[in-house]
Design a protein around this ligand. Structure first.
Ligand SMILES: Nc1ncnc2c1ncn2[C@@H]1O[C@H](COP(=O)(O)OP(=O)(O)OP(=O)(O)O)[C@@H](O)[C@H]1O
Ligand SMILES: [Mg+2]
Length: 282
């Protein structure tokens, strides 16, 4: 096909040789199959901020590091420079996350390059070498559903324990079924678990999406509580990539500190007595 303008730059720079076809036009990006020498790769072209529906709510961008305070101020004010900085931070976040997750052994597309708002990465393929389908486009036997669910729970643990990352938009739409099993994609909203107040909620939602999807094929999965179990271990510093999970989670009732309750009652009584005294005197 005739290469779109945004990809022509990469051809001119010799990063790709030709564009074979468009794979998808998603909410945030257009995805193309491209040829690089003998290799077939995938090019994700991010849309301009104004052309796409924003899903980066404040929770996604919270604590995302920006290079300097001019950039931070501009982003807060929403100036043009600010929007561009925000855009770059968003795009780089996906590239960062891909490298970090690949480093932790998570099955994500191998990133090759990031240039002019285009991410060049491995094309995830099925057994026939065609672009892999999304989980949402597949049917599963109960056995396969249980197996893929277990694999993906391990991947979520590896992301969190191995890289400190929560995907934040994990679902049957952002997981491809490759010849060698599920591959997690679409990471611009991934967050650092350590510095983000919303990480827990995002992790629970990610795991819940997996539970609901695979629960359609293997209903017994609907009763599992892997999300709560994983987060509780993570908070205690006890989550490792080898941890053995049960899928069950018992909320522990914290022992009541009776002494502090009594002190609070005493304080309230004293305050009340003082107030009455003031009123009598006044
Ligand atoms: N590395 C890849 N290999 C094969 N197919 C891919 C790859 N990356 C993306 N795709 C295809 O392109 C689609 C869109 O990619 P992605 O989810 O990263 O972008 P998006 O703009 O966030 O899309 P959406 O809004 O649909 O989530 C995917 O659903 C998948 O079908
Ligand atoms: Mg997507």
């Amino acid at each position: 096909m005739k290469p779109p303008k945004r990809l022509q730059t990469l051809i001119d720079e010799g990063l790709i040789d030709s564009v074979s076809r468009q794979l998808m036009s998603g909410k945030e990006a257009m995805v193309f199959v491209v040829q690089c020498g003998d290799d077939t790769r995938c090019a994700k072209v991010y849309k301009e901020a104004t052309h796409r529906s924003f899903r980066q709510a404040v929770d996604y961008t919270e604590n995302r590091k920006v290079k300097n305070s001019r950039q931070a101020r501009a982003m807060a004010k929403g100036t043009k420079f600010g929007r561009e900085s925000q855009e770059a931070a968003w795009q780089n976040a996906e590239v960062d996350a891909l490298y970090r997750l690949a480093g932790a052994g998570v099955r994500v597309p191998k990133p090759y390059n990031f240039h002019e708002g285009v991410l060049l990465m491995e094309l995830v393929t099925d057994v026939d070498g065609a672009a892999a389908p999304r989980l949402n486009d597949c049917d599963f036997t109960p056995e396969d559903a249980r197996r893929h669910h277990a694999t993906l729970i391990r991947e979520v643990v590896r992301m969190l324990a191995g890289a400190g990352v929560v995907h934040g938009d994990l679902s049957e739409f952002n997981i491809l079924l490759a010849a060698d099993g599920p591959v997690i994609i679409d990471l611009p909203q991934a967050v650092d678990a350590a510095g983000n107040n919303h990480a827990q909620r995002m992790l629970l939602r990610d795991v819940d999406n997996l539970r609901h999807f695979f629960g359609r094929f293997a209903p017994e999965l609907l009763a599992t509580q892997y999300g709560a179990e994983i987060w509780a271990l993570f908070e205690r510093g006890a989550l490792t990539t080898e941890v053995v999970l049960t899928g069950h989670f018992a909320k522990k009732h914290r022992a009541v500190d009776l002494g502090s309750v009594m002190r609070e009652i005493d304080d309230a009584r004293d305050e009340d007595a003082a107030r009455r005294l003031r009123m009598q005197q006044g």
